[in-house]
Design a protein around this ligand. Structure first.
Ligand SMILES: CC(C)(COP(=O)(O)OP(=O)(O)OC[C@H]1O[C@@H](n2cnc3c(N)ncnc32)[C@H](O)[C@@H]1OP(=O)(O)O)[C@@H](O)C(=O)NCCC(=O)NCCS
Length: 456
């Protein structure tokens, strides 16, 4: 489990050559500010981040220290916990098992009699609605069942229909008798660079089993069947994330959270008013300017795609794991879509050159059982390339733009260079972790700052 940011790391108060009483006031204010920030971190730690890591809590912390037996995962081509010591010398790594398409089982894995496999056509509004509802009611929620992810319909289309998508990889399970959709797992094609090597993979997401069918070992069947379908297309590696520890993370990150609308966050029980803080002072602490400050920052447009894509590819060379977008991929993932993805470029006012970009996506959560609010609007940091503008300034603008777009909170993982701006911009650490996994690939594990891959 993550720890709150130690107080020693807090920025010291700005000291100016002032008279004694002023210094005392500064010191008292600094002490109060530090205490307030510490309390806030604890409050945030207690509530906020739990929901952002799938099945966290007791199970996750237990498994962090005590690697439990994995009846399913111990049979799969993934790095096993016991192998951990041998990994540091592996570098870019290699496949754990090598097969050909001819080796792949031709028939779907059997389901118990009353269920059947179903490919979900997310271009069909009725089927999209079924997937949306399944996730809306059964996907990831916080430990206290106060919030549950509410991926929008348009988000699901964006997430599941990138260039090269396959309908057979949008895999559901239906009840035979009434056709009710009760489980889902998806794969999408992606090209990543891993330890400087290009690799064709799939990203696995939206693993979900209806609440009434939990603990019946349906998840392993879903994972086996999606693997078979992906293998049939001659793809042998996958990337996925989970809040729980499985064999065996290649890297792990913490979520950090930045309040944009502290009043609402407090009212819905997402965070608490810190002791000795009034609502007015809390709002002042998190207040942002009315507009972004970087000259030339504006929403990304189609005409920016070649330059912005080049910029991102160049920036990502700093990291050991990241996506490797073609311009077509980039256009899909980054061109702004209202309510889904928000992307901005910095265009140099003199040269017209695109010097930086930043983006975030919208992943709201249902606020369960609150009479006044139905939705928590959360923005998630997505792809950023700060080449000329200091990252902290670019991200301050991202916060401002998120606030202008009515988001209540801005979330970011501590991967890539994100840790460099968290303190200055009043982010607070959550207590959940997000673990990254590779299927059928063993390589040197990496620190979160080496990773720039953000999965949805
Ligand atoms: C995740 C979920 C599908 C698992 O289903 P379940 O009914 O709880 O578990 P099952 O009995 O079917 O299967 C258990 C196996 O699946 C594995 N498993 C559970 N969650 C997993 C995950 N997120 N990713 C990969 N494997 C997972 C377990 O480790 C276990 O295998 P093991 O014995 O080798 O350790 C289900 O709990 C769910 O829908 N949760 C809400 C949504 C969610 O958290 N999705 C995952 C997002 S990362």
């Amino acid at each position: 489990m993550g720890m709150p940011l130690p107080l020693a790391q807090l920025r010291p108060p700005k000291m100016e050559p002032l008279r004694k009483h002023h210094l005392r006031k500064n010191a008292a204010a600094a002490k109060e500010k530090a205490a307030t920030l510490k309390q806030e971190q604890e409050d945030v730690r207690a509530r906020i981040a739990k929901m952002f890591s799938a099945e966290r809590g007791a199970a996750a912390s237990k498994m962090d220290t005590n690697e439990k037996e994995h009846k399913f995962w111990s049979t799969q081509p993934v790095v096993q916990h016991a192998a951990a010591k041998e990994l540091s010398d592996l570098g870019a790594g290699s496949a754990i098992e090598t097969k050909t398409v001819a080796d792949v089982q031709k028939h779907p894995y059997p389901l118990i009699d009353s269920f059947e496999w179903a490919e979900i056509d997310v271009n069909d509004d009725a089927e999209l609605e079924e997937a949306y509802k399944l996730l809306n009611l059964n996907y990831i929620e916080d430990g206290e069942a106060m919030f549950r992810f509410d991926y929008s319909r348009n988000f699901l289309k964006w997430a599941l229909l990138p260039p090269g998508w396959q309908k057979s990889w949008h895999l559901g399970v239906r009840v035979k008798s009434n056709r009710k959709l009760v489980a889902l797992i998806t794969a999408i094609p992606a090209r990543v660079r891993l330890h400087n090597q290009p690799r064709e993979v799939v990203e696995i997401n939206f693993l979900c089993v209806h609440k009434k069918l939990r603990s019946k070992r349906l998840a392993p069947v879903l994972i086996r069947e999606i693997t078979r379908r992906v293998n049939q297309h001659n793809v042998w590696q996958a990337v996925y994330t989970a809040g729980i520890v499985l064999p065996r993370p290649v890297t792990s990150s913490h979520y950090y959270h930045r309040s944009l609308n502290p009043k609402k966050l407090i009212e819905i029980g997402f965070s608490r008013l810190a002791p000795r803080m009034t609502m007015a002072r809390t709002m002042k602490l998190y207040a942002l300017k009315g507009a972004p400050s970087t000259p030339g920052i504006r929403p990304m447009e189609m005409r920016d795609v070649p330059a912005a894509c080049k910029l991102l590819r160049e920036y990502y060379q700093r990291f050991s794991l990241h996506v490797d977008f073609s311009e077509e991929d980039f256009a899909h993932w980054l061109l702004p879509r209202e309510g889904v993805v928000y992307s901005y470029v910095v265009e140099d006012p003199d040269s017209g050159e695109i010097s930086d970009m930043t983006s975030f996506y919208s992943l709201p959560s249902s606020v369960i059982k609150n009479p006044n609010y139905k939705t928590l609007n959360a923005a998630y940091s997505f792809c950023t390339a700060a080449m000329k503008t200091p990252l902290v300034d670019l991200m301050r603008d991202a916060l401002t733009l998120a606030r202008m777009n009515d988001f209540d909170v801005f979330n970011a993982l501590d991967l890539a260079e994100n840790k460099t701006f968290f303190r200055d911009l009043h982010f607070h650490i959550g207590d959940g972790k997000l673990h990254y996994y590779l299927y059928n690939w063993k390589c040197r594990p990496m620190e979160s700052k080496e990773n720039a891959l953000v999965l949805l």
